[in-house]
Design a protein around this ligand. Structure first.
Ligand code: ZN
Length: 207
């Protein structure tokens, strides 16, 4: 009887395991197809804004997904993690709980459209459509130079330019672009007041 119960339990157990497995496979497949649809839209948006083809994909040591034109240097990946680490720290100080995990983010690294600002300082930036900045002091004739730009809130993603130096600047851009996403999920009113810099305001938003 003991043996029978055990073997019955065992077979029930393995049936349960099989079902769980099948369910898991099913959920995985659904996620994969939803993911790839969102991914395709995100990639299309990144390509249309930057004019680049993104060929490389990987992740930082902390698990931020990175999509790039050329293989990022290890220092770049660490700088991205550092930017998120300081962003999450300041977000926690404000009592925020949403989107405080590295793996929730995708960072696109595009080719820089300029590497120096108007003062000659090292400043790898992207030329992006002027949008609401048209006619403002930022407008360069239909486009503006931006250090970074949010691409999507869900999946959470932004784009920055490739740097070959000044990794602190990479960390700062990550922290700043990430602020918009963190605010979107944690304080929608503050997000709305701070999302559009053409009406003034800049970064850091969270002190
Ligand atoms: Zn901003």
């Amino acid at each position: 009887m003991t043996v029978m119960t055990q073997s019955k339990r065992k077979s029930l157990g393995s049936l349960a395991a099989l079902l769980a497995c099948a369910l898991l496979v099913c959920v995985w497949a659904q996620n994969a197809s939803a993911q790839s649809r969102a991914d395709r839209q995100l990639l299309a948006r990144a390509e249309s804004i930057s004019g680049d083809r993104f060929q490389v994909q990987g992740s930082t040591p902390q698990g931020v997904r990175v999509v790039a034109v050329t293989r990022p240097r290890a220092e770049t990946l660490r700088a991205i993690d550092d930017g998120f680490t300081s962003l999450f720290a300041v977000a926690r100080r404000h009592g925020y709980r949403q989107r405080l995990d590295y793996s929730a983010y995708t960072v696109f690294i595009a080719l820089a459209d300029r590497t120096k600002d108007s003062q000659g300082g090292y400043s790898p930036d992207l030329a992006v459509p002027a949008g609401q900045y048209a006619g403002s002091g930022y407008d360069q004739g239909g486009y503006i130079y931006a250090a970074g730009m949010v691409l999507a809130y869900n999946p959470s993603s932004f784009i920055i330019a490739e740097h070959d130096g000044n990794t602190q600047r990479i960390s700062d851009i990550v922290r700043y672009e990430g602020e918009h996403i963190i605010l979107y999920y944690n304080d929608r009113a503050l997000y709305q007041r701070t999302a559009d810099h053409s009406r003034g305001g800049g970064h850091p938003i969270l002190q």
